[in-house]
Design a protein around this ligand. Structure first.
Ligand SMILES: Nc1ncnc2c1ncn2[C@@H]1O[C@H](COP(=O)(O)OP(=O)(O)OP(=O)(O)O)[C@@H](O)[C@H]1O
Ligand SMILES: Nc1nc2c(ncn2[C@@H]2O[C@H](COP(=O)(O)O)[C@@H](O)[C@H]2O)c(=O)[nH]1
Length: 229
């Protein structure tokens, strides 16, 4: 996986950025999952708005667009035959059937983003998280979002007012089974106040970017540092 590089010092020892040299690092795959309605899309949007070095993976789906959803922005809305074709040609990094529809992550945009040194944010379910974890175990950061209570979850699904009652009922019925996957994640955020949840999601991102294993340029940096001592 490619790396992020930026020399903050401009070779000038008086530049205060010298105190925080940028070290080449591996891009990361930031996965957010939750039972439907817990708030992961809301959270993902806020992370994207707050941080320029992470971009969204736009999934393909056979689901019908909701009011206000835009093709190519929220999802690539495709028919079943198109989805099957993408699967067969190996164009999907992962895919799953969720609530009677198919969803998948196009491979190419993820590769392009990573090549440009960007991190990638995924709003995908536990099946997708398992597949990405199997393929790129060192690169994934997995966050599971929980609602503060079942009543709040139902209230959020209803107040979103974008799904018919039978769809809301189906999603509520699946919530417990989806929540059972929480131990497969690195972090859990209980999404009560969105401001606090956003701060937690951004803190996780900052800390994960600093992980020693992701800092490809660290050995070189330390060698140079030592030789200058
Ligand atoms: N912390 C919060 N407090 C109050 N309302 C919230 C909070 N987080 C999200 N919501 C609201 O709850 C509803 C569901 O949120 P969202 O669509 O982000 O859920 P989701 O987990 O992405 O659901 P899905 O899996 O179905 O796409 C939205 O109307 C959103 O504005
Ligand atoms: N495994 C994948 N799951 C995905 C993908 N894109 C979305 N999802 C998950 O589907 C459900 C339902 O989403 P909705 O937009 O219809 O409410 C939700 O849990 C998403 O996280 C994907 O590419 N792969």
């Amino acid at each position: 996986m490619t790396k992020n590089t930026a020399d903050n010092s401009n070779g000038n020892p008086n530049n205060k950025d010298v105190a925080r040299p940028s070290i080449a690092r591996r891009g990361l795959l930031y996965i957010v999952s939750s039972p439907s309605g817990a708030g992961k899309t809301t959270l993902a949007r806020r992370v994207l708005a707050a941080d320029d070095n992470i971009e969204m993976s736009v999934s393909v789906t056979t689901r019908q667009p909701r009011p206000g959803e835009t093709d190519g922005v929220d999802y690539h809305f495709v028919d079943h035959a198109t989805f099957e074709g993408m699967k067969e040609r190996g164009e999907l990094l992962e895919w799953a059937r969720v609530f009677d529809n198919f969803y998948g992550t196009p491979h190419a945009p993820v590769e392009n983003a990573i090549r440009q040194g960007k991190d990638v944010l995924f709003d995908i379910d536990w099946q997708g998280a398992q597949q990405l974890s199997g393929k790129m175990p060192g690169d994934v950061v997995r966050v599971f979002v929980l609602p503060p209570s079942g009543d709040v979850l139902e209230g959020r699904l209803k107040s979103r007012a974008q799904d018919p009652a039978d769809v809301v009922a189906k999603r509520m019925a699946a919530a417990s089974s989806e929540i059972s996957h929480w131990p497969e994640y690195d972090y859990v955020i209980v999404n009560s106040e969105i401001e606090q949840s956003t701060a937690a999601a951004l803190a996780i991102l900052s800390a994960e970017r600093l992980k020693r294993a992701r800092l490809l340029g660290l050995s070189d940096f330390v060698r140079k540092l030592q030789s200058a001592l």
